[in-house]
Design a protein around this ligand. Structure first.
Ligand SMILES: *Cc1c(COP(=O)(O)O)cnc(C)c1O
Length: 361
């Protein structure tokens, strides 16, 4: 192990979502009884055209196009930005990784308005970068003044999600502009954009230091095929194209992307169902004594639990076959994040949560 750099050896693995088989074994139930609300996945699977097209394609022996011509063209249409601003990745996770490798030298810093998505810190640490957490305020809004005060000569980027994961709230445009005016690279991760319709995408033409991330994992149900993207300054995009692995987006993912956009109407209908289900789920959770759901613009709801009860509630749900996300950070230890699934999954969550709360009362 002394072959490995110290800061790499110190890395803790990202707590990724486990397979339904592993979860089922833990709860002692069959895999098809697992209620899987821990990964913000789309419960409706991918668009019908995706499976059709993938099954009939017969050129998997060929490498994908390293310049992403077709991908950039169709994404340009979907996103209404110039193709030369777009870089597609093996999930938006890859774009986060590429970006930080491009901008961070060992000892450089990123600012992280916490709580937020964990991958920013992980990727920064791999680069030997330091992560400076700037706590969000009591309603999980970004503290813009504190963030600006935390900037120093070694700060290379500010990264956050909007809607934020796991809190579900949106960064206001004035907040994003205020951070952009400092000149630092601002990465706005709009993974959940399609569930809320609010975006800072038009600002990429105004600010060369803005990068916007999107993905097909959540709204389009392609988490398992890995396709995400970044929209940025064209010169930055050109550099990223040179840095990325040549075949980072595999042919299956490329086909699935095209088919999803061809089937957009179906997917948007499903997004609308998920949004409606989110509102129903919110009301039901609000009715459980001791549980406070936070309003969400995404496909999940953060639920605040009585002090000291977070871990026990999470475990109570696991025993009942309902898997949600629990975070061990001090600020979120008494919270769980539940993804919006199908209506019967909401009902199972609400029943299990009510039972668990009664048991712990
Ligand atoms: C799920 C998620 C991602 C990862 O998206 P992929 O495209 O699947 O890599 C990125 N950012 C946030 C905030 C997420 O919640």
């Amino acid at each position: 192990m002394d072959l490995v750099q110290d800061h790499i050896r110190a890395m803790k693995p990202y707590e990724a979502v486990e397979s339904s088989e592993v979860l089922a074994e833990r709860a002692g139930i069959p895999p098809d009884k697992v209620v899987r609300l821990n990964g913000n996945e789309n419960p409706y699977s991918s668009a019908p055209k995706v499976t059709e097209t993938l099954g009939s394609y017969d050129q998997y022996n060929r490498y994908p196009d390293p310049d992403q011509h077709q991908i950039r063209a169709v994404l340009s249409d979907y996103l209404d930005v110039e193709p030369e601003r777009i870089v597609a990745g093996n999930g938006s996770d890859e774009i986060i990784d590429l970006t930080l490798r491009m901008v961070l030298a060992p000892g450089d810093r990123i600012l992280d308005p916490t709580p937020t998505f964990g991958m920013y810190a992980i990727c920064a640490n791999i680069c030997g970068g330091k992560v400076v957490s700037v706590p969000r305020d009591d309603s999980f809004e970004i503290d813009v003044e504190a963030t600006k005060l935390a900037l120093d000569s070694r700060t290379r980027a500010v990264l956050f999600a909007s809607p934020n994961n796991p809190t579900g709230n949106i960064a206001q445009e004035w907040q994003v502009r205020s951070l952009l005016e400092t000149g630092v690279l601002v990465v706005v991760d709009e993974t959940y954009y399609e569930f809320c319709g609010q975006t800072v995408m038009p600002l990429v033409r105004e600010y060369p230091n803005l990068m916007v991330l999107r993905t097909f994992s959540k709204w389009a149900g392609l988490a398992g095929l890995r396709i995400g993207l970044g929209v940025m300054d064209p010169e930055m995009a050109q550099v990223m194209m040179a840095v990325k692995p040549p075949y980072n987006v595999n042919v299956g993912a490329e086909i699935a992307l095209m088919a999803s956009l061809a089937d957009k109407a179906v997917l948007i209908k499903r997004v609308q169902s998920i949004v409606a289900e989110r509102e129903r789920m919110f009301s039901l959770i609000e009715g459980i004594p001791g549980v406070k759901p936070w309003p969400s613009q995404a496909n999940f709801i953060l639920c605040q639990l009585p002090e000291g009860k977070g871990r026990a509630v999470f475990e109570g749900l696991c025993r009942r076959g309902v898997f949600v996300r629990h975070f061990s950070t001090p600020r979120l230890v008494d919270h769980i994040r539940a993804s919006v699934g199908l209506p019967h999954e909401t009902d199972a969550l609400v029943d299990a949560l009510s039972d668990t709360m009664k048991e712990l009362a």
